[in-house]
Design a protein around this ligand. Structure first.
Ligand code: COA
Length: 128
């Protein structure tokens, strides 16, 4: 799990994480949440892209898995821009305050990300 902070001020922006999926090695569930004062500034997209870098480059994942509620446009766009493929939709997966939400599934296989893209991610996120 990572905490996201603004580079100069150190102000809290949000969190993101890669969680191992049980019964296998190398498949991780991604997650991110950005403080609502910081939405729509590109942080969610950057967090998702960082998780792709960390998952494939550092954890040597073979697959990254993601999901979101249908209608969570910010999350869906962040995953699609990072290269995730839509993998299906489960109807009426969650209920909150009497409202039903469908669940959208996404996945990214290590072989489906180009070496050019990985090189770009290394240049952006590997500061060591
Ligand atoms: C989902 C979430 C991470 C998006 O973070 P963000 O920092 O606002 O995302 P970005 O600024 O990178 O936006 C990504 C894209 O979605 C769009 N977008 C973001 N929120 C949107 C909204 N409410 N309605 C429509 N479009 C939206 C942005 O304009 C951007 O579009 P672009 O790529 O065409 O420029 C953030 O809203 C959040 O933390 N939500 C609560 C927790 C959550 O839902 N986490 C994900 C669970 S799967």
């Amino acid at each position: 799990m990572f905490t996201i902070r603004e580079k100069d001020s150190g102000n809290f922006i949000g969190q993101c994480a890669l969680l191992p999926i049980e019964f296998t090695n190398g498949n991780y569930l991604i997650g991110y949440q950005i403080d609502d004062t910081q939405w729509r500034k590109g942080y969610g997209s950057a967090a998702c892209e960082f998780l792709v870098y960390y998952g494939f480059e550092v954890l040597d994942a073979f697959r990254l898995t993601g999901d979101c509620a249908e209608g969570n446009i910010g999350s869906e766009k962040a995953m699609i821009k990072a290269g995730f493929q839509p993998e299906g939709r489960q109807k009426r997966y969650w209920i909150k305050n009497g409202k039903w939400y469908n669940k959208l599934h996404f996945g990214l296989i290590n072989e489906d990300i180009s070496e050019e893209k990985m090189e770009m991610l290394r240049k952006t996120y590997n500061k060591t």
